[in-house]
Design a protein around this ligand. Sequence first.
Ligand code: KG4
Ligand code: ZN
Length: 329
Amino acid sequence: MIILGIETSCDETAAAICEDGIIKASVLSSQSIHNLYGGVVPEMASREHERLLNGIVSKALVKAKIEKNQIDGIAVTHGPGLSGALLTGVSFAKGFGLGLDIPIIPINHLEAHIYANFMADPTLKYPFVCLLVSGGHTQIWLIKELGQYALMGETRDDAAGEAFDKGARILGLGYPGGPEIEKLAKGGNIEKVVFPKALMGKKSLEFSFSGLKTSLLYYMDSFQEDEQLSKSDVAASYEYAIVSTLVEKVKRAVIQSEVNTCVIAGGVAANQSLRKRLKETLIDKKILFPDLRFCTDNAAMIAFLGEIKFKNNFKNDLSFAIYPNLKLG
Ligand code: KG4
Ligand code: ZN
């Protein structure tokens, strides 16, 4: 079975081909135009998707050596995300699918992030705990089986990715902030600045990152670099505070749910410190991360989950809408 995946929920225009669970091509264009503004400008994102999508889909087909009439179905993100951006992808998918007379499979972007872990390890078994950490979400889920998800905890305010992005802006770094802070933090001393870790009460599985961001803002007001303290130390301490909270809550969730496997999903899963510290903390558990290129937004995970959905009692109904606030579970 051959599935074309399309992802346009935010600022990545992406297409991929999945054939029988194997990714044959994954093409992506990160819209660098937003770098000028320090964050994604929704209207520009939609226009860029519109401009780029046709070419990206053609590229994916060529790369996978597939003719369009060989495609069995099209999987497309229909939420959550920016409404204009989602509309561009969904309209394209519906038009393309109608022309080819093939089904269109609406995909929840968050669910696709989680299922990217099955691409990394097809032997992954239910149930497992998932830490979903992206630019808009920080949640812990108990994944019981396909379509059966229980929310164990989530952030009360900012997402972890947002804490990286906003922190990077305060530190005068570029967007997206996660990779920028990670780079600057290398060689920095995590003990130089003590940033607050919120909601650390014994059983809590909730997160809060807005206070951390504010404390960085105040800290930088009077910050002066010298031999004792560098910006790199500040970045390392800030990253340490975010990662420590994530690791502690995941550990609690794994203990509380009595599972043996834990997977990480979403853009922040690319963070090396998070990967390392989770492995060090949950030594006797199976810890899984998607391939680095499939942590941040991509269409491979959309095509991959599309194939799974297509094979599980899928009913084609072209009337589906976009849902900018689509939830999981
Ligand atoms: O999943 P994603 O690509 O988009 C959303 O669905 O939101 O996640 C993007 C988020 C951004 O906030 C970005 O700063 C963060 O993931 N991110 C990272 C790293 N790479 C991306 N955060 C920390 N370390 C990284 N290496
Ligand atoms: Zn995402």
